[in-house]
Design a protein. Structure first.
Length: 189
């Protein structure tokens, strides 16, 4: 069967558009969004821990963050751009629940009274679907390795940029803070 010339042209146009999106538009979009929400890395290498975390740090810019920009009771990619990635080179415990050595995407479900913190074995290219306008995540819940509940605390003053750090006050915590909220996730061996 002979394929009509117009069908070949349409097929080539579709392939050309796909290649343009994959190799030009997508990399350009990633570079541009990182100018607005810069990529940051935090590490903790001490007392047998070897932890690192990479995330993109959006700014408050006068907005109400939790409950509005980041809705309550909805899964959040925990930052901007690609999902936050968490790596541990040794087995650890998150709130007394085992987390094997490896790399994970980190997701949260902010709530008024408590937050769910989720470690997932997949690290997708982008944290949300473009078709949803950023409202739906690309997380596959079947690949969740660990979920814990933590209580949010109120900061003394609003924090402009979303920040994740490892705090060592005798106990190690993963501290996520933005706007008027901070959560502390205990880490142990």
């Amino acid at each position: 069967m002979k394929i009509p010339k117009w069908l070949k042209i349409v097929g080539l146009l579709i392939i050309g558009l796909w290649l343009l999106m994959k190799f030009v538009a997508w990399p350009l979009m990633q570079r541009e969004t990182k100018k607005i929400s810069p990529e940051k890395t935090t590490t903790f290498v001490k007392n047998g821990y070897d932890l690192s975390l990479t995330y993109s740090s959006p700014s408050k810019k006068g907005r109400v963050i939790f409950g509005e920009l980041v809705p309550y009771d909805t899964i959040w990619r925990t930052g901007a751009n690609e999902p936050t990635s968490f790596t541990t080179k040794t087995d650890i415990k998150i709130m007394n629940t085992e987390l094997p050595a490896g790399s994970y995407s980190l997701w949260t479900k902010p709530g008024r009274q408590s937050w769910t913190v989720i470690f997932n074995e997949e690290i997708p290219d982008w944290g949300v679907t473009l078709m949803s306008g950023g409202k739906e995540t690309t997380r596959n819940p079947e690949k969740d390795v660990l979920q814990v509940e933590v209580l949010p605390k109120t900061l003394a003053s609003p924090q402009e940029n979303f920040t994740i750090v490892f705090q060592d006050t005798g106990l190690v915590h993963l501290a996520l803070s933005w706007d008027e909220t901070i959560i502390l996730v205990p880490i142990s061996k």
